[in-house]
Each structure stands twice: as structure tokens, then as C-alpha cells.
Design a protein around this ligand. Sequence first.
Ligand code: CTP
Length: 399
Amino acid sequence: MSQAVSRPGREVILGIGGGIAAYKACDLLRRLQDDGFSVTVVPTPAALNFVGTSTWEALSGRPVYSQVWENVPGVAHVSLAADARFIIIAPATADLLARLAHGRADDLLTNVVLASDAPKLLVPAMHPKMWLNPATIANVETLRSRGFHIMEPEVGRLTGPDSGVGRFPQTANILARFREVAGSKADLLGKRVLVTAGGTREAIDPVRYIGNRSSGKQGFAIAAAAAARGASVSLIAANCDLPEINGVEIIRVESTAELRTALNSEFPASDVLIMCAAVADARPLQTSGEKIKKEFLKEIALTPTPDLLGELKVLKKATQLIVGFAAETQDLDASASSKLVAKGLDLIYVNDVSDGAIFGSDLTSGTVMDKNGPLVSVEDVPKDTLANVLLDQLLLQIG
Ligand code: CTP
């Protein structure tokens, strides 16, 4: 089975309770996927009486388990809980509400719920007598008081001849409520975003290099934010000591020449390039194959590296957008404006690095500019925040 792509920030667990409305959750699963969510289905064992494992596996493209003693080495309840940004349980039966209200952990779904801090939306569906039973009312109250979001069932015809309150809500209504709870946007769905991060290194000999102080944190934050907003993201990482990002393809490079090769192969298929990497401006004219003895290390003849954005300027199609970064110590706006024009950029983020404060830090201060001048400035914000500010500005450019 091909594993459905994983997106940080858009990982959802769809829990299925043992009610007839389970079949309607197949449509809900599809619509969540249309919204750019990556969905893992966790049915209760009873739910499998209504819709079986193969259906959920085929629709989700992921393995489906309902008990903790399946896939034991994977410790599924812990790993699923750790990865899930949101949990939605639809349908939630009276029994499942009771078990959740009591903090039971007698199947995989209830284990995952207990082990997760993610926002949880429950979508009850049952016979009106069960919904209006004081036991269910008390369980719903308890769960709400613990932060669970619980939808009201709809009124209408039920499975048997009766009608009343207890119907599984329309998929569109569930989705609307879920979007509210998730508070997350998929505004980059369908876009291919290429990000470069870190700093290139130019070898002097097998031991030494010319490099810079870029940690790659900003580029990684942008890649994660773009993926969370639904984009397909490729990240070219130059010498970054940072963890992988779920669902983001990482191409590791060291030198400017390697970065150039990776850019040339990835850029043509990208809608957006965010060139966050700090490129070494010069490389040794000659790289020694042997470690140079220190008495011979008095001078190193350098030659400039190519201006990678300058080269891409000529290849850039009208539909592609490029964002550059500028780390400056003086005349910030003027230097950034001239780089924007010279390098054919749509946007540039300029930050003041006079005291070296940005490098390796989790915070950043600077200004996003386009050809008309400054658009938005940030001061001492987390690099994750700047990532989303930049993506918002980018979307305005896409129009
Ligand atoms: N850049 C590039 N190729 C280079 C140098 C820089 O593509 N050889 C890109 C950087 O990734 C960044 C932007 O150009 O997005 C501006 O980088 P910066 O180092 O500020 O610009 P330089 O052209 O190197 O100018 P400076 O003389 O100020 O170093």
C-alpha cells in the first residue's frame, strides 16, 4: 500500500465509533483529504462491523489498526498520538462517549485520545433516547468540561422508523466545525514550494572550509509552515544540523556547486522558490586534497561563487515567484531594494545582522519588501511566525 503523504500540522486522526453512521464517515474522510489533511483512521473494534479495515485502508492509503496489540513494535497509540495535530471522532456512540468520559483505554482509539494533547472534536450519532439519557448528558458535560469539542447531533429520520435528535450531521457541517476547531488553513494546497536553508561551505582542504553562521532554522521553519499550509515542499539544506520535517523532502548539500545543481533540477517544477540559504560568496581557487600544514596557511587565493539567484532570473517563468533573503549590517532598505531588482525577486526579507544576533537564534527581526518598498516588519518574533508572515505576503503576490 502506498503510504499517504504526511504533512506536519495537518495530521488528523479520524476515530470511528461503532454506529451505522460509520459509512458516512467514508465521505468525511475524503473531504478531509480534499482539505489537505493527512488522515489516519482508527476505528473501534465494534465499528469494524459496519465498515471494515480494507475500506479504511484503501481510502486513507494507510494501515488501519483498532487494538493496541496490533503493530506492537510500532507502539501505535503513542506514535499516533504524538503525530496527530487534531483528532475527530465521527460517529461517536453513547458507549464511546461513556468510555472517553471515564478515561478508559480499552482499545486503540481510547488509548490514543488519552495520550494526545491535540484538539478533539466529537461528532455524536445515536438514537434520541440514548442521546437524551441522563447518563449520556452527564458524559457529554464531563467531556466538554475537559476541553472536548462536541457537536450537537442533527434532528431527523434515524436508522429505524423513528426520528428525532441523534442524526449524524451533514458532512459539510462537520467540516465547517472541524475547520473552526483546527483553525488551520490550506491556502498553499497544490503549490510546489522549494526552500533552501543553511549555509554553503567551500573546502580549503579535507579539514577546513570557508562558511558562514547560518543555522538553517529559518529555512526549516518556512518549509514546515508551507507544508502545514498544504504545499508540496522540497527543502535543499546546506549543512543544517536540524531534524527531518515530516512530509518534506530534504536534499542535503554542502558546497555552492552542489546547491546550484540541486536548484537547477528542482526550480523548473516549482511554483515558488524561497532562497533562505546563505551562499558562500567566494571559494578557494584551489582545494587541496591533503590537509595543508599550518605554516603554508598564510594566504588563500579566492574566486567568487556564481550568483545563484542571478542565474535563475533568466530561467524564471512569469508564473514563478522567488523570495530572497538579505542579511545586512547597514542601509538595510536600500541594499535590499537593489538586491530585489538585481536578482529578479518578487519579495525579499531583510534582517539586520550587525550584532550577529539572528544566527542560530529562534527569533528574528526584519522587513518583508517588494518592488514598491517595505510591506511588513517584525521584531523579535519566532522564526515560525516570520515563516507564516512571509507565506501570507507571498499569497498576496500570487493574488
Ligand atoms: N545568493 C545567491 N547566490 C550567491 C549569493 C547570494 O543566490 N552567490 C542569494 C541568497 O540566498 C539570498 C540573496 O541572494 O537570498 C541575497 O544574499 P546576500 O548574501 O545578501 O547577497 P549577495 O549577492 O551575496 O550580496 P552581498 O555583497 O551583500 O553579500
